[in-house]
Design a protein around this ligand. Structure first.
Ligand SMILES: [Zn+2]
Length: 479
């Protein structure tokens, strides 16, 4: 057989792109190559030399072509996905092969989207399931492709996506299985893959979903049984702009005529036109299936959700966004948090003032250095001082503050920098590394906020105007 088709006979399983073709992909051992490469690639980047924002970017890109290749054909066993996620989580927190770092937020939360309180990474499980769904879309949208003909020859006209299922086990049956799984969980219903009638030359009148939520044969089963051609296309049921039938008997009877009236009411509204029939996915933008949208939808169903959405501001660097996210969850490694997580630390008092317990509220709002900073910043911005006791109360105040969107945004950027520099100052005191001067902090805030807004936000203010009127929208300092 092999020589007839012009290739060499080989043993099964063999490797193709490192993928063990012909081996049982339900066994964990078959995935070892992928897990090892994944590990190797992440450890080749020195986690501790990158910022958390840089690590976040790398985590999103690390899968590479090999991983996408595996995950778009096979459903990964749960334990393999867990291994891969564990490697990603450890890298995110700055750990490496030999050393795990403390995880401050549960990984499944981090994987979730911004609107659900996460960092928008997306789970590999959802990615895997979404990639496999794409085969269903391809089956419907490319009916003339050779592989589609082959699948239909083996598994029937519906490619196994009907109650008959697949004819035999294998890669395709597993793909159909994931689709059935997502349908049964109510995550992606089968009837979201459907058709939009154009000229009617592709859609089967009874068997495809093109009007309503199910194929017509399920709702008008008696009529379906009376049709002499059960696989007929829409176009076969049209003659001279009229519906035309091919019943197996001339007298339908009163009951069937009543059904026919109902069905005509349903299909009569549709205009058959000159455009080609197309398939649509009702959950996608413009009716098109995308892995991104399917993945998002799956993640919404399998990942835990926080009550508060993540604030992700494009004008500030990723590492500062991550810092703000951790602050909003009170998951920064200040002394109170470290000790409540069982870390053995010599003292829990604030290293700057030695007077209070070092909590987030103390570092950012209560310690003298913090209250001094806020006074300077409010005066500089020409806003009456608001004395907050926590980030939550401060954030609520910004939200309720009556000011234009742009002013609010600028003030948010300035605020993040106050918090960021207070944190950097705290770290420099704690670790005795390159001590920052207290007197420089305010200048640092003014300089960094100017450079971010200038470079990332294309703010028009000059440096001198910025020093005078940071919240002014016009050049001359008014407004
Ligand atoms: Zn203090």
């Amino acid at each position: 057989m092999a020589s007839n088709v012009g290739c060499m006979a080989g043993d099964i399983p063999f490797n193709y792109l490192g993928l063990p073709i012909g081996s049982n992909m339900k066994s964990i051992a078959s995935w070892k190559t992928l897990v090892d490469r994944f590990h190797m690639r992440l450890s080749s980047w020195k986690a501790n030399l990158l910022s958390i924002g840089g690590r976040l970017t790398l985590i999103k890109s690390v899968l590479g072509s090999l991983g996408i290749y595996y995950l778009s054909i096979f459903r990964a066993p749960e334990s393999v996905l867990q291994d891969l996620e564990r490697i990603r989580a450890n890298f995110f927190w700055g750990g490496n092969k030999d050393k795990n770092k403390m995880a401050w937020v549960k990984w499944p939360i981090i994987l979730n989207s911004f609107d659900k309180g996460g960092l928008n990474i997306g789970s590999l499980k959802a990615f895997n399931l979404a990639l496999l769904q794409k085969w269903r879309w391809r089956l419907l949208s490319s009916p003339n492709a050779l592989w589609v003909q082959v699948i239909k020859a083996y598994h029937g006209q519906e490619g196994g996506f009907d109650t008959n299922g697949c004819s035999f086990k294998g890669i395709w049956a597993n793909i159909v299985g994931t689709s059935n799984f997502l349908h049964s969980k109510g995550i992606i219903l089968s009837n979201t893959f459907r058709f939009k009638a154009g000229c009617g030359t592709r859609i089967r009148f009874w068997k495809d979903i093109w009007v309503g939520e199910t194929p017509l044969f399920t709702r008008y089963n008696r009529l379906y049984h009376l049709d002499q051609d059960k696989d007929c296309l829409i176009i076969d049921r049209i003659n001279n702009g009229q519906w035309s039938w091919n019943w197996s008997r001339t007298n339908l009877g009163v009951r069937n005529l009543a059904y026919l009236c109902d069905m005509l009411n349903e299909i009569g509204q549709l205009n058959i036109d000159v455009n080609e029939d197309t398939c649509t996915w009702s959950l996608g933008p413009n009716g098109t299936f995308t892995v991104k949208d399917a993945r998002y939808r799956i993640d919404q169903n399998i990942l835990p959700t926080l009550a508060h959405a993540t604030t992700w501001d494009k004008s500030i660097p990723r590492k500062v966004n991550v810092f703000m996210w951790r602050l909003s969850l009170d998951r920064l490694p200040h002394r109170l948090n470290l000790s409540s997580r069982g870390m053995d630390i010599p003292a829990i008092s604030c290293p700057s003032c030695n007077a209070n317990v070092e909590s987030a509220n103390h570092v950012f709002f209560e310690c003298d250095i913090a209250t001094d900073m806020w006074k300077l910043v409010f005066r500089w911005c020409d806003i009456p001082l608001f004395q907050a006791s926590s980030w939550d109360s401060f954030n609520d105040w910004i939200i309720s503050w009556h000011a234009s969107k742009e002013k609010k945004h600028r003030f948010y950027v300035i605020t993040t920098l106050v918090l960021w520099w207070l944190w950097r100052y705290r770290n420099s005191v704690t670790f005795n590394s390159q001590p920052l001067r207290k007197s420089d902090l305010f200048d640092n805030v003014r300089f960094s906020s100017f450079s971010w807004l200038h470079n990332r936000d294309h703010m028009k203010l000059s440096w001198n105007d910025w020093l005078m009127y940071p919240l002014s929208i016009t050049r001359n300092g008014n407004g």
